[in-house]
Design a protein. Structure first.
Ligand SMILES: Cc1cc2nc3c(=O)[nH]c(=O)nc-3n(C[C@H](O)[C@H](O)[C@H](O)COP(=O)(O)O)c2cc1C
Length: 410
């Protein structure tokens, strides 16, 4: 535990006050103009005071026409920078760091948002009966690829101007950069597809250009899948190769996760009689990777208990990322520091439809985020079916608002 609460100096000289990070959780709480709302500010102020050394925002989109969900935040120009400045300030009240996670959804874009889905190739998501909830993707042109790369750069520069201390480039969980990495979703024959070098090109371009555009003291991180967990997809060998190449690109942290909407292993389920190592989902891989790169590794997935956190710290992983448990108990790091072991967790959702069960679990967690943003205590006893219905209803309302807003802009 002493290691978890000791400072960590990153490659660019930034020192995190401790090694616990609040991992990204999409909040769906933006104001109608896709800017941080007062609710969002309150949520992050709570997490800042909860004791984590680093907060990562939920997805912040690099293009307001390409959102991962209704009520998402987008940062593409300085029109509303003052609101982002406020967010950056309240999220760093306790001396922690606060980075924006920046993202483009690619084909993981909901039909209800009424926007076209851009992707490396025109390969639709395969979610069985739920596939129609996602827009059919179009293969991106060279110009569109260039546009997306420069959008990541623009958003990073704006994040620095607003006072955030870093960005995390999201290349995991089946979003656009992850789609390029996977041979299942990237069937291109040009310089952006084919072998792994070509499939990684867009990620490396984004990383290099972002690093060159921001100041050296501004942190640049990447969230990467250890694997897609799909037959024939991006696997651990591919991930090791990508990490070894990223190691020479002056980045400050690599977060390892796994899965996508098609294979939502990143959400996991409470471990059943498992070893400690299996309770933290990707620990084995992260331990191996940490040995072969000089970039600090952050591991996220399943960490909530004191004993697991200790195990993660002992394994050579530099930062322990916690998402769900911090939605259930925002001051978990402080509680652990005081010597407590609260072990916050949700009951498993054991529905036969795994995709629907994963969605319901997600909505239960978002329900807790909403409560926190209104100054209420978490309520873990909420029924998954009720949280799902409520989440779908409010998502639908926000999606309508978003479409109206987009019509007004055009
Ligand atoms: C409600 C919710 C929203 C999430 N949104 C994001 C996101 O915006 N970006 C991201 O990289 N991961 C997101 N995740 C995944 C988490 O960052 C994390 O990888 C995953 O939940 C596993 O960690 P945990 O077991 O500590 O929850 C989300 C998870 C949850 C539960």
């Amino acid at each position: 535990m002493d290691i978890a609460f000791s400072p960590l100096t990153l490659p660019n000289g930034t020192t995190l006050p401790n090694r616990i990070a609040k991992a990204a959780m999409e909040e769906n709480m933006a104001d109608a103009d896709q800017t941080p709302s007062q609710q969002l500010l309150k949520l992050y102020q709570g997490w800042s005071q909860g004791g984590a050394g680093l907060l990562l925002s939920g997805n912040v989109m690099v293009d307001c026409h390409a959102m991962t969900g209704p009520g998402g935040v987008a940062l593409e120009d300085d029109k509303h920078l003052a609101k982002f400045e406020e967010w950056a300030k309240v999220g760093q009240t306790a001396g922690n760091h606060f980075w924006l996670q920046i993202n483009h959804p690619g084909r993981q874009i909901r039909t209800e948002l009424g926007q076209p889905a851009l992707a490396p190739s025109a390969v639709p998501l395969d979610l069985g009966n739920l596939s129609k909830l996602f827009a059919p993707p179009q293969e991106m042109t060279e110009t569109q690829i260039e546009d997306v790369v420069s959008r990541f750069v623009t958003t990073s520069k704006l994040a620095e101007r607003a006072g955030f201390s870093g960005v995390q480039i999201h290349a995991a969980h089946g979003y656009l950069l992850c789609q390029f990495l996977s041979p299942l979703s990237n069937l291109r024959q040009d310089q952006w597809g084919g072998n792994l070098e070509n499939r990684s090109r867009i990620l490396f371009e984004v990383v290099k250009r972002v690093r060159a555009a921001v100041s050296p003291k501004f942190c640049v991180a990447v969230k990467l899948n250890s694997a897609d967990f799909q037959k024939g997809g991006f696997d651990e060998k591919d991930a090791s190769w990508v990490v070894s190449r990223l190691s020479n690109m002056q980045i400050d942290l690599i977060e390892l996760s796994g899965g996508s909407y098609e294979s939502p292993v990143m959400q996991g389920e409470p471990a059943k009689g498992s070893t400690l190592a299996r309770e933290a989902y990707f620990l084995e891989f992260a331990t191996d990777i940490a040995k072969v790169t000089n970039v600090p590794i952050m591991l996220t997935g399943g960490i909530r208990r004191r004993e697991v956190l200790e195990q993660v710290m002992k394994s050579g992983v530099a930062v322990a990322g916690i998402a769900t448990a911090l939605a259930l108990q925002p001051d978990l790091p402080n509680a652990l520091k005081r010597g407590e072991d609260p072990n916050p967790q949700l009951a498993a959702v054991t529905w036969w439809n795994k995709t629907l069960a994963a969605l319901a679990r997600m909505m239960v967690i978002k329900y807790q985020l909403n409560r926190q943003s209104e100054g209420l205590k978490p309520k873990l006893s909420v029924w998954p079916s009720w949280a799902l219905l409520l989440g779908l209803w409010s998502g639908n309302k926000r999606a309508k608002l978003y479409r109206k807003q987009m019509e007004l802009r055009e």
